[in-house]
Design a protein around this ligand. Structure first.
Ligand SMILES: *[C@@H]1O[C@H](CO)[C@@H](O)[C@H](O)[C@H]1NC(C)=O
Ligand SMILES: *[C@@H]1O[C@H](CO)[C@@H](O)[C@H](O)[C@H]1NC(C)=O
Ligand SMILES: *[C@@H]1O[C@H](CO)[C@@H](O)[C@H](O)[C@H]1NC(C)=O
Ligand SMILES: *[C@@H]1O[C@H](CO)[C@@H](O)[C@H](O)[C@H]1NC(C)=O
Ligand SMILES: *[C@@H]1O[C@H](CO)[C@@H](O)[C@H](O)[C@H]1NC(C)=O
Ligand SMILES: *[C@@H]1O[C@H](CO)[C@@H](O)[C@H](O)[C@H]1NC(C)=O
Length: 420
């Protein structure tokens, strides 16, 4: 019996070792033993703080029970705000119950993970720990005007001197940590795309306040962007410039999805996906499809491939795509096959009228203002004169990528390497 138990312990121990990354600890596993801390544990995972904690040693996690977490979540903070708040609860020093009551002179300041992220302005990000008379230990942000109103409840787990988990009575208040985060800020989205091969798209988006505003509105609640790489988007710019203002906005919004989608989510959520340009109905959507190891996005007009991941962290994911994905609503697929590629330039009137007569253009634009603008379109702006150029464009893009596929693959690999 005893021998069996020892074997079991050994087995569990080796399994645990096997699953542990670089360090001895797994905060998720440690907290899993404590149901009253399950919300806290869930959010450590959701905010990706758990791996950051596991990577460190000499650390103290100030855990909050489910009731204390409910108060934190009551104001519906964004995931990033929760991340800031919780990172203020990770002290970069080891304090177990014994050490808390032996603090020299009764008070100490501890740096936190919030401070270490560089998000925290100056003094915020430090926690004051004070051993009051009578054995009560209080915690508060150092910049809280000396108010320490969260108290030591109990020791939860102690692995000296790697990690200590102690429960405190309520969340540490911090205006800085609680401040609504601008997400991985809007500027960052632009910066990230600009720095990783989507500068032309980023600049175009930045120059369109309406579309940019739509992206900004979604950055906190979850956003996935598929940004076309510079060469194909540059080649597409003349067509883009030909679009009306409302179509420009819809077109740019078509490359954003109003929710966070990791690569594995994309792979398991094959099917239609709404975009920021979708506003009721099934307009301005595209189809996500696995293809071999990769993922493609498809409209009736063309298919593009995801070539790289620039960001994949709740609540934002940004991927690069190898071509400009064309929404059905702005570029007509059937017309492409009807019009031979080097089409003899028809007069604007003919070009606009002929297809309209045979196949009435559906005016079901997703946005009312877009519909209004559509009605006012001059023949020159009609999508009906786009397809020929578009077909040629797609061919050009295909040729470009045939020739540069190797370079693209090498660049993507380098990019992935640097991001890791
Ligand atoms: C920690 O444990 C959780 C729950 O068992 C597991 O999902 C996760 O992969 C583990 N993390 C590491 C780094 O081992
Ligand atoms: C503490 O961390 C060190 C360094 O990662 C590791 O070697 C050691 O085994 C850990 N101690 C315990 C008790 O887990
Ligand atoms: C305690 O306070 C004294 C005087 O303020 C100081 O010199 C000493 O370094 C402090 N000790 C600790 C452990 O902080
Ligand atoms: C922590 O806060 C207490 C109470 O406001 C204060 O007396 C103490 O000086 C502070 N400790 C440090 C290290 O700032
Ligand atoms: C594209 O043209 C076809 C017929 O050629 C028509 O049935 C369809 O409604 C058109 N689609 C759009 C979005 O204009
Ligand atoms: C833009 O529209 C004009 C007028 O219809 C047309 O002549 C021109 O070829 C278009 N340019 C592109 C790049 O589509």
């Amino acid at each position: 019996m005893v021998g069996q138990r020892q074997n079991l312990v050994l087995l569990i121990f080796s399994v645990v070792l096997l699953f542990q990354a670089s360090n001895g600890q797994n905060i998720t596993l440690l907290l899993a033993k404590h149901p009253s801390l399950s919300t806290f544990n869930h959010y450590l995972t959701l905010t990706h703080l758990a791996p950051d904690i596991n990577r460190r040693t000499t650390i103290t996690v100030l855990a909050l029970d489910n009731a204390a977490m409910s108060s934190v979540l009551a104001r519906s903070p964004s995931v990033l705000t929760v991340k800031n708040i919780l990172s203020l609860h990770v002290l970069l020093d080891y304090f177990d119950a014994k050490k808390l009551h032996e603090i020299g002179n009764g008070t100490a300041l501890a740096a936190t993970m919030f401070q270490a992220t560089g998000v925290a302005p100056e003094a915020s990000g430090f926690v004051n720990i004070t051993d009051f008379k009578g054995g009560k230990v209080g915690f508060g942000p150092a910049d809280n005007g000396g108010i320490l109103d969260s108290f030591f409840v109990k020791s939860v787990e102690e692995i000296p001197y790697n990690i200590s988990v102690i429960q405190i009575s309520k969340a540490l208040p911090s205006a800085d940590a609680e401040a609504p985060t601008p997400g991985p800020s809007n500027l960052n989205i632009i910066d990230i795309m600009s720095a990783h091969g989507c500068k032309v798209f980023a600049d175009t988006l930045l120059a369109n306040p309406d579309a940019m505003g739509t992206y900004e509105d979604n950055v906190n609640g979850g956003l996935t962007v598929f940004c076309p790489l510079d060469d194909p988007f540059k080649a597409f710019l003349p067509k883009y410039k030909n679009l009306t203002a409302s179509k420009k906005e819809s077109f740019l919004e078509f490359f954003g999805v109003p929710m966070y989608q990791s690569m594995s989510m994309l792979k398991s959520n094959n099917g239609l996906m709404n975009t920021l340009a979708t506003n009721g109905g099934s307009k301005f959507d595209f189809t996500v499809q696995n293809e071999g190891e990769g993922v493609t996005l498809k409209t009736r007009i063309n298919t593009v491939k995801i070539t790289g991941t620039l960001v994949d962290e709740v609540p934002v994911a940004i991927y690069t795509i190898n071509k400009v994905l064309l929404p059905n609503e702005l570029f007509n697929a059937s017309a492409i096959s009807l019009v031979p590629a080097p089409a003899p330039a028809p007069g604007p009137e003919e070009a606009a009228d002929a297809p309209k007569g045979s196949k009435p253009k559906s005016k079901t634009k997703s946005k009312s203002k877009a519909a209004a603008a559509d009605a006012a379109d001059s023949p020159a702006d009609s999508p009906d004169d786009e397809p020929a150029d578009q077909a040629a464009d797609d061919e050009n893009a295909a040729m470009f990528f045939g020739a540069h596929r190797f370079t693209a693959v090498v660049l993507s690999l380098l990019l992935v390497f640097f991001l890791l």
